[in-house]
Design a binder for this molecule. Structure first.
Ligand code: DX5
Ligand code: ZN
Length: 218
């Protein structure tokens, strides 16, 4: 079994002192930096935007995994590329023309991810799975860090893994929300490739060590 890709979510970082948190992330075993962008419309919260991503980009060479929880993401694809995103993930629930959105993300040389809310079934991805690089399964309702993990996620990971195999697709399976040292192993065992972790990393006594423990969970 491959070790998971670890993506600490900076939503739980100290926004008044991001450079200290980034020093830690940069030297840690983290693979991606997960960046949550919220618009107060698609989700009931507002987080950070383009200038902050641009500023953070100077602090590390690690992959920026940008999760857009916004309506009309197509409008800003070029801007997120310019700000330094490597992976751009949009919500299936926010995209009427998802195929076009994915094409546009690829056309500016970013990897394309598709996120699905807890109520959205895996089978909706059947005709897009071969076109995308990552599926982000939301294991909480998006909008906030530190929420309780939804147990039905394991079934969804297994269903997605089956779909990916059936279609000979290469998309990575990312889990976002409530990931902990308690559930991470089982998630990887059922098929998760990328673990996002906010609260678990940043509210632990030793975030760098927590990242290491997540990385070596299997
Ligand atoms: C939730 C965000 C998550 C969040 C995860 O809307 O998409 O990325 O930061 O935080 P934890 O790991 O604390 O649930
Ligand atoms: Zn996220």
């Amino acid at each position: 079994m491959n070790k998971p890709i670890i993506a600490p979510s900076i939503l739980s970082a100290n926004f008044a002192n991001l450079s200290t948190d980034f020093e830690m992330l940069h030297r840690s075993e983290a693979d991606y930096i997960h960046v949550d962008v919220m618009d107060g419309v698609f989700v009931p919260n507002i987080s950070l935007g383009l200038p902050v991503i641009q500023a953070m980009r100077k602090l590390t060479t690690k992959t920026f995994d940008v999760h857009l929880m916004i309506v009309e993401p197509d409008k800003y694809i070029d801007n997120f590329k310019q700000a330094g995103a490597d992976i751009l993930t949009v919500h299936v629930e926010a995209c009427t023309h998802l195929h076009r959105t994915v094409q546009k993300i690829h056309s500016v040389d970013m990897r394309a991810g598709v996120a699905i809310n807890p109520h959205t079934p895996i089978h909706l991805l059947e005709d897009i799975i071969n076109d995308i690089d990552l599926v982000c399964i939301m294991s909480v309702n998006p909008g906030f860090g530190g929420q309780k993990f939804i147990e039905n996620t394991y079934t969804k990971v297994a269903a997605l893994k089956e779909l990916i195999q059936k279609k000979n697709a290469t998309a990575l399976i990312e889990i976002d929300g409530g990931v902990s040292l308690q559930n991470a192993k089982k998630l990887v065992e059922v098929g998760a490739n990328v673990l996002v972790a906010g609260n678990t990393v940043f509210n632990s006594e030793n975030p760098e060590q927590t990242i290491q423990l997540l990385k070596n969970i299997v």
